[in-house]
Write a protein of this length. Structure first.
Length: 77
């Protein structure tokens, strides 16, 4: 079986190919954001109550503070 492909074969991408690639890219970005939020939540949970107060977050607000889309992490991170 010949596995060699010409460059022309890869150059002919259709709209459906781009949609699939775009969907996969979106999934990858969402996965990375989910992992980043998880790491941030873990770091915030490791802080003392005093440390959380210093950055203006109560322990009960950690999940909400890390779930806000498009926002910057709390000060100090």
């Amino acid at each position: 079986m010949n596995m060699a492909h010409s460059a022309a074969e890869f150059g002919n991408t259709t709209d459906s190919d781009w949609r699939v690639l775009s969907s996969l890219t979106s999934c990858w970005v969402a996965f990375q954001q989910w992992r980043r939020r998880g790491r941030l939540q873990a770091e915030l949970c490791d802080l003392s109550d005093r440390g959380l107060m210093d950055i203006g977050i109560a322990r009960g607000e950690i999940e909400y503070a890390t779930s806000i889309q498009g926002s910057e992490p709390p000060r100090g991170f």
